[in-house]
Design a protein around this ligand. Structure first.
Ligand code: HEC
Length: 123
């Protein structure tokens, strides 16, 4: 009996695990959000770029980070500046997208988290 209940619990948990591990694609999932919510400021000439030197127009420039270094630690969203800012874990004055009320929807925020935790790949 006990073993059967355990198997039941394992089976019930499977779909959740599968969902969490579904690969996030930089091109299909992340790129469009950067385009819509970040590029207005994070390209040369934009105010986010001018202040931080963070250019979000390509994978390479995103991974290069700000004048102080990377904002993404592949595999570690908890300690990645980019995730801290969009999750609102940093000082509210520098939450991203900067000065835009409502910011990113929770599912977009989770996409960034999963993308970084899966290694922040250029996929
Ligand atoms: C309205 C303009 C604007 C938009 C839109 C914007 N940013 Fe920014 N961003 C800024 C400014 C300005 C700074 C510099 C903040 C400071 O140092 O005071 C900055 C800085 C940053 C930094 C670096 C923080 C550091 O370590 O110094 C990151 C990471 C960042 N933005 C990510 C994003 C992401 C991701 C998006 C889109 C979801 C985004 N930003 C959208 C203006 C913007």
């Amino acid at each position: 009996m006990k073993a059967i209940r355990m198997i039941g619990a394992v089976l019930a948990a499977l779909p959740l695990v599968a969902l969490a591990q579904q690969p996030v694609s930089f091109k299909a999932d992340i790129r469009p959000v950067l385009d819509d919510y970040c590029l207005s400021c994070h390209v040369p000439g934009g105010k986010g770029y001018e202040k931080s030197k963070l250019d979000l127009s390509s994978y390479q420039s995103l991974m290069k980070g700000t004048q102080f270094g990377p904002v993404v630690k592949p595999g570690d969203s908890q300690n990645s500046t980019l995730n801290m800012l969009i999750e609102g874990r940093a000082d509210p004055s520098i939450s991203m997208p900067y000065g835009i009320k409502g910011s990113l929807s929770p599912d977009k925020v989770r996409l960034f988290k999963r993308w970084v935790d899966q290694g922040a790949k250029d996929n």
